[in-house]
Structures are given as structure tokens and as C-alpha cells.
Design a protein around this ligand. Structure first.
Ligand SMILES: C[S@@+](CC[C@H](N)C(=O)[O-])C[C@H]1O[C@@H](n2cnc3c(N)ncnc32)[C@H](O)[C@@H]1O
Length: 377
């Protein structure tokens, strides 16, 4: 069986969590880098990764790596690739480019030259050229140039994997699904104890916890096809088998096993609506309640939340009082629990008034955050 080199991208800070997932999927030659993890595997492994990975943004199958000091070098190395093995003139394509510390420093121009080389090669072979579709192409090509070394890859899913398909509606500032899944993994929560998000907003933490605990491959929820399903080399039987295995892995959860609460009625309604597409939607109990009044489940477990950290002027005093209330509530009502708080505002996080047992740097989009662990004795 042919072996391919892959690179799965992830938000900064989640690389180790992604590597753990890849190990669990049985993948080989795992190499953790900044912004993602390289690994080797078969074509089937590429399909499995798109379906199963919870923390990856994209799965890239590498095609070629070459010195790229000039735009001429980019064109000539790209036109040499046997693109006719990957796409036909009837398919649409898009090129994404990311450049870092290189002589070529205009990503739009580099993407354009890459596209020209691909189109020229196909026109020469078939007398026809593929069209461009930047939004929903049949094949998405990824160009990455760092220190004048280029890597060209096929984006296997073609869309960002955080788009699981369950979030039909959202409140302001929802956390990315991939980040929520990574945080759950970092907490080390295992599904033998209760899980609570007392400020659940659109419900991302409880939903990701339910997906994880029920061994639901996140890709099973998606309604749109992956890019690789449109490729000439697509192995439909292999894919059916990968999907079948994921269906048989589903593990039923007890009802009301995971809890999501928010003081905002609309948030609870949205979170509940978002959870309807889950295989075991009843596993999550939703409550409209402010944190200070929320009654913890009988057995202690893991509490995870990202409280508001406010960017608007005038909000800070209110938030200082709120973070102090979080600390007081944890001490009074949540003895025996492990609480994990994600905050993008370090000054506010200190107002919780408890000593963190652990601090982990993570990025919520461009915002540098801390994930703080508190053991409530
Ligand atoms: C940053 S959002 C959480 C986003 C959420 N993780 C998601 O993925 O959508 C913060 C949430 O805290 C809720 N909140 C604020 N004060 C609260 C309180 N005292 N008790 C419960 N929830 C509260 C807000 O209504 C908001 O939904």
C-alpha cells in the first residue's frame, strides 16, 4: 500500500493534543511542529483523519517539496507535478498560500502563479483548463513556503474541520469546536465522572464532551462532502468501510450525563438546538441558571468554562466582580471538583483568587489565552 506524508494543522498550543489523537489512530512517524503535526500513512489513514480528528483544522497530503527562492522556481517546480493524476479539466480548484520568512512575500501572487502552473499543465494535456472556485472548489491546493522552501499539498477535507455541522446557531464569542475538543483532552477528563460547563453559551464544551465520551467521530455529523470524495482517485468502498467502522464505534451515553448551563435563556435554547444533531442528545442536561445558583451533580467531576473576558470599555469593573464571584462560588459549592477556566484576560483571571495548579498557553483565534486548572479542596 502506498504511503503518503501528511501534515495536520492545529491552533498554537494544541499540537501535543493533536499528536495524542494521531497516536490513538495508530499513525506512524509522528512529528510535532509549531502549528501542526506531520505523520505518514495510507490513503485510508487520510480519510480516517478527516473523519476522526477533533483538534485538527486541516489534513494536508503533501505532494512535493522544493527550493523556492523566486516566482520562476515556483512556476517551474509546480508545472512539473503530474496534476493530471489529481484533477481533471472539469473540476474546479482553489489555491491557498501561506508564506513565512521567505523572499517571496506576497501570498496572493504566489497562489496565482501556482494556479497558473496547474492550469497550464492541464491545458497542455487535455486542451481544456479547470475553473477556479475559491469558495467551494472540488480540490483545494495548499502552498506553504518557509525560509524559501515550498511544500505543495492537497487539502483532503477542503474545508476547515472545526465546521462540524452541529452549530446551526451561535451566541457571541463562541469557542472554536477544535479548541474546545483540545481543552477537553488537556483536562484529562475521562467519561467516568460528571462534566459541567456552567457558562455554556452556544454549548460547544458540553457538545464536544458528549462527542468525545460517546466515541462519535466528529465527521459523522457533517452534511457536506469532503473534497477527497470528488477526486478521481476516491476509493468509495474504502470510505464506506471507514464510515461503517465509525458507526460501530458509537458508545451510548447515559441520559443527563453531561451538564451545560448559562444564565442567558437564549443561549440555553441555542445550545439545546445545536445538540439535537448528536447521536445521544439526551446525554446533555441543559439548565438556565446563573453560576452562583447552579447545583453541582452529586459526584464531583470536571468543570470547564470560558467566562466572558470583555473587550468593551466600562465592562471591566463588572467583570472583576464576576471573576471574584466565580472564585467564591467554586470554593463554596464545588468542593472536590477540578475546575478549568479559559481566559484571554490574565488580570481578570487573577481575580478568581485561587492558586492555579496548572497554566497552559492556548490561542482562541488571535487572542493569547491561559487555560487555568484549579483543584477545589
Ligand atoms: C464567552 S461566552 C461562552 C462561550 C461558549 N463556550 C460557546 O462556545 O459558545 C460566556 C458565557 O457566559 C455566560 N454568563 C455570563 N455570566 C454568567 C453567570 N453569572 N452565570 C452563568 N453564565 C454566565 C454568558 O451568557 C455567555 O454565554
Amino acid at each position: 500500500m502506498a504511503t503518503y506524508s501528511y501534515f495536520a494543522t492545529a491552533a498554537k498550543g494544541l499540537e501535543e493534543a493533536l499528536a495524542t489523537e494521531l497516536l490513538a489512530l495508530g499513525l506512524q512517524s509522528i512529528k510535532v511542529e509549531s502549528g501542526g503535526v506531520g505523520f505518514e500513512g495510507s490513503r485510508t489513514d487520510g480519510y480516517r483523519c478527516c473523519l476522526w480528528l477533533r483538534t485538527a483544522n486541516r489534513v494536508l497530503q503533501q505532494l512535493s517539496s522544493f527550493e523556492c527562492p523566486t516566482v520562476e522556481a515556483l512556476y517551474s517546480s509546480t508545472v512539473d507535478i503530474a496534476w493530471e493524476e489529481h484533477l481533471t479539466p472539469e473540476m474546479t480548484l482553489a489555491v491557498d498560500a501561506n508564506l513565512r520568512d521567505s523572499r517571496l512575500n506576497h501570498s496572493g501572487y504566489a497562489a496565482l502563479k501556482t494556479k497558473d502552473a496547474i492550469v497550464d499543465r492541464l491545458r497542455q494535456r487535455f486542451g481544456k483548463r479547470p475553473n477556479i472556485d475559491t469558495k467551494n472548489p472540488d480540490i483545494r491546493i495548499n502552498l506553504y513556503i518557509a525560509r524559501n522552501q515550498a511544500i505543495l499539498s492537497l487539502d483532503m477535507a477542503g474545508t476547515a474541520l472545526h465546521q462540524r455541522g452541529y452549530r446551526q446557531e451561535q451566541m457571541v464569542a463562541p469557542i472554536r469546536e477544535t479548541l474546545a475538543a483540545g481543552i477537553i483532552q488537556l483536562t484529562g477528563w475521562n467519561d467516568s465522572t460528571p462534566f459541567v460547563d456552567p457558562m455554556c453559551g452556544s454549548g460547544t464544551f458540553p457538545i464536544e464532551a458528549a462527542l468525545y465520551a460517546s466515541k462519535t467521530a466528529p465527521g459523522l455529523l457533517g452534511s457536506t462532502a469532503y473534497s477527497f470524495q470528488k477526486w478521481p482517485c476516491f476509493q468509495v468502498k474504502v470510505w464506506q468501510e471507514v464510515l461503517g467502522n465509525a458507526q460501530s464505534a458509537l458508545h451510548k451515553l447515559p441520559d443527563r450525563f453531561i451538564n451545560g448551563a448559562d444564565k442567558d435563556r437564549q443561549a440555553v435554547k441555542i445550545a439545546q438546538g445545536n445538540s439535537r444533531r448528536l447521536p445521544f442528545a439526551n446525554a446533555i442536561a441543559w439548565h438556565q441558571c446563573s453560576f452562583s445558583r447552579l447545583k453541582p451533580p452529586e459526584r464531583p467531576g470536571t468543570l470547564v468554562c470560558n467566562p466572558p473576558y470583555g473587550t468593551r470599555l466600562g465592562e471591566q469593573d463588572k467583570l472583576v466582580r464576576f471573576y471574584r464571584l466565580i472564585g467564591d462560588t467554586l470554593k463554596q459549592n464545588w468542593t472536590g471538583w477540578t475546575a478549568w477556566i479559559l481566559s484571554g484576560n490574565l488580570a481578570l483571571a487573577k481575580e478568581v483568587g485561587l492558586k492555579p495548579a496548572k497554566r497552559i498557553v492556548l490561542y482562541n483565534g488571535p487572542i493569547e489565552c491561559r487555560l487555568l486548572k484549579f483543584e477545589i479542596f
